[in-house]
Design a protein around this ligand. Structure first.
Ligand code: ZLV
Ligand code: CA
Ligand code: ZN
Length: 393
């Protein structure tokens, strides 16, 4: 209906498991898996499914999860009984194992299935890139960057990104991981701290107040121990409240452009956490759908195979706007999709709260005071350039 035709050359695939969206972290928890339903329905309403290969993904196997996560952790994750109330409210003294069952990482019904579905989507996406069937593979159900080998953290239990990158490393020499979630991508950074085959770059809110997870300072570039090939292969871009589209896109293009020149990745893994958008329930930035999407567009312009993951994003209607727009960018039809959300879109009523005339590209949220000076951004770029002098092939 919108005349979106499959562009020549680049094959885009979309990987999702509709069962994942039915899981609930609990009423007051900010993570809402149904934002994936909202995203998929916008993508479908715009007719984008006709321009992609669409896959209903499987659950990852225990062995696949075990390629990064410890067995005792997985066994507990698979068998721990669900709790209906967050533990620290009901019985504060009960033991917390592997950080499971606190209020950030509750033990909800179907948790293990939910985790295996998220990982399954990301692994399927990575495999399509490996076997050359896709040039860009999208897994909005993935992007859970805080999970550690033996520990849940920040709404993340299984690190689907690490699993997907391990898969990519089987077929490609070098992977560039980029993380535009408002939080630091600590789990992915840590997992690849000691290899020079993966370079990680995270943009995130950092200090002066505490902001989860508290890591990712400008000087944290990987352990500088002797003989660590991974030294200098972690780049952190610590930002302050209120950064704008213009500043962010400028910084992103400068840093990723130079990182690409030095590291020459064979494949990109891009985490597109939508909590960096203005108006996010947990975020602090002033990004609009256009500024967030400009990062995806820039990565695409590098003409390297790419896996795109979801991540954070706590104002569901804005998450769906951004991820639908970025799906359009991947396909290359962003200029053809009408700004007005299609009348026949199911869930359309969700987009009416903001303005009378709901549009996809509109101003999101109340703007915050911008605490990022141009001088500070320039210093960040200088520091990154110094790190990149140690990176090269
Ligand atoms: O978007 O949480 O600050 C990827 C991602 O990057 C904390 N957690 C932890 C450390 C001690 N605390 C507080 C515990 C809070 C538990 C419940 C919330 C409930 C309601 C509203 C907000 C939060 C919340 N939790 C805000 N920030 C946190 C962070 C975790 C952030 C994870 C981001 C995940 C998916
Ligand atoms: Ca980030
Ligand atoms: Zn986040």
């Amino acid at each position: 209906e919108y005349d979106i035709v499959r562009p020549k050359g680049r094959t885009v695939s979309f990987h999702a498991n509709p069962e994942m969206e039915k899981h609930h972290f609990g009423q007051t928890h900010p993570m809402k898996p149904w934002r994936l339903t909202l995203t998929k329905s916008l993508v479908t309403s715009y007719g984008m499914t006709f321009a992609m290969d669409n896959y209903t993904t499987r659950t990852a196997t225990y062995e696949e999860l075990n390629s990064f996560h410890a067995s005792d952790y997985l066994d507990y994750l698979a068998t721990a009984p669900p709790e209906d109330q967050p533990r620290d409210v009901d019985n504060p003294d009960k033991e917390v194992k592997f950080n499971l069952g606190g209020s950030d990482c509750p033990l909800f019904h179907g948790l293990y299935d939910y985790c295996s579905m998220s990982a399954g989507s990301s692994l399927d996406a990575a495999r399509k890139i490996c076997n050359g069937q896709s040039d860009i593979a999208i897994a909005w159900g993935g992007g859970l960057h805080h999970a550690k080998r033996s520990e849940a953290s920040g709404f993340c239990y299984i690190n689907d990104i690490v699993l997907a990158i391990l898969q990519l490393l089987r077929c490609y020499p070098r992977v560039l991981y980029i993380d535009i979630d408002v939080h630091h991508g600590d789990g992915v950074e840590e997992a690849f701290f000691s290899t020079d085959r993966v370079m990680t770059v995270s943009f995130h809110k950092y200090q002066p107040e505490v902001f989860f997870p508290g890591t990712g300072g400008l000087d944290d570039n990987g352990p500088k121990s002797e003989h660590n090939p991974g030294a200098h292969h972690a780049i952190n871009v610590p930002l302050n409240d209120g950064i704008t589209d213009e500043q962010y896109a400028w910084l992103f293009k400068s840093i990723i452009g130079k990182t690409n020149d030095s590291f020459r990745p064979s494949v990109i893994a891009l985490q597109c956490g939508a909590d960096s958008l203005a108006g996010d329930r947990l975020g602090r930035f002033n990004l609009q759908v256009q500024g967030h999407g400009a990062c995806v567009d820039f990565c695409k312009s590098l003409n390297i195979p790419m896996v795109i993951f979801g991540g954070g994003g706590y104002t569901p209607r804005n998450v769906a706007r951004a991820w639908a727009y970025e799906t359009a960018i991947a396909i290359g039809c962003q200029s053809k999709i009408p700004e007005v959300i299609p009348a026949h879109a199911p869930w359309r009523e969700h987009f009416i709260h903001d303005t009378i005339f709901p549009t996809l590209e509109q101003i999101l949220g109340e703007p915050r005071a911008n605490r990022n000076t141009q001088k500070r951004l320039q210093d960040i770029i200088m520091h990154v350039n110094e790190q990149l002098r140690f990176v090269g092939h």
